[in-house]
Design a protein around this ligand. Sequence first.
Ligand code: NI
Length: 396
Amino acid sequence: MKNLLEDIKKLSAQITEEVIQVRRHLHAHPELSYQEYETCAYVKKQLQALGLETFSVANTGLVAEIKGKNPEKKTIALRADMDALPIVEANQVEYASKNPGVMHACGHDVHTSSLLGTAKILHLLRNEWEGTVRLLFQPGEEKNPGGASYMIRDGALNNPQPKSIIGQHVFPLLPVGKIGFREGMYMASCDEIYLTVRGKGGHGAAPEFTIDPVVIASHIIIALQQIISRNASPKQPTVLTFGKIEGGTTTNVIPNEVKIAGTFRAMDETWRADALHKIKKMAEGIAESMGGSCEVDISKGYPFLKNDPQVTRRIKAAAAAYVGENNVVDIDITLGAEDFSYYSQVIPASFYRLGTRNEAKGITSYVHTPTFNIDEEALKISTGLMAWMAIHELSI
Ligand code: NI
């Protein structure tokens, strides 16, 4: 295996320039969730150039397989997401978005180009390892219900079911060169809460003739926080944030209705179901007790993500061999959400972080911002690293 590791490193260095060009092409041509038609066609062309057969899934998603020696021995899966965000890019780079208002601000261009590079390495070395590596290029990570759920629906994890799945994500909090891992609970479930509080509008100086939805909405917002502070176990991370409140027109008119929208995050499916039920009951009950009504609309998002401890330990050990023990770090949980969690509910899964920060180069912006970018040095590491992890995982 030692020689193989060196071969992977050599190939990874050889293809870095090409992978960077692929990343820049994708970055310049971002597409929104579930509209990744050109991205998908581009990825398909790249895979076919390697001689790989591709299968269309989830409308704008792709699956391909690389077979090593003895391909029936074991199958594992590697995943990349391909969609971009509705953000106007502010980076002044030659490869900035050519699609106004759409930007690869979450690094999915990096994940896709990196996995294409990994595919090339695995393909070139296919006589040196045993088993099958399935590649998943998925749409719609950024938008409910999550492209991963469609990939699974369309059989991306069937025939045969992979023994494990690995995914990576850029991490602007981690310096380039470092790779972050976490065993067990890692990311939160994420549901969208939409409340419409209805009352009866009227003159602000004559509240006795009205049912004031602004006051009712205020009570609801405060009261719902009690669910987090009094009903949730203090040992379980959970959060409820209302980021939007909308109602009324001026100082002295009581409106008919107020709309509130928020996000609920949790890391336990039982608590999640319980909390969503409580949110609905409490909002409705408060509005009713004050003479109004509240319509509760909940859009269920991704489940929480638990990294399989064994897979995580194995890929972490593989990473330590590849980038050195001192470049492998443990990372904290985050209440962010990822649709990779859907795969983790079907098969053992692990999601790790690729350091992309470089203070000296001024690359520090967080994901989902107009100035997000990565230090492309990360692509020197990521392609070979994932190839090595895959081969390591197949050899167990
Ligand atoms: Ni992302």
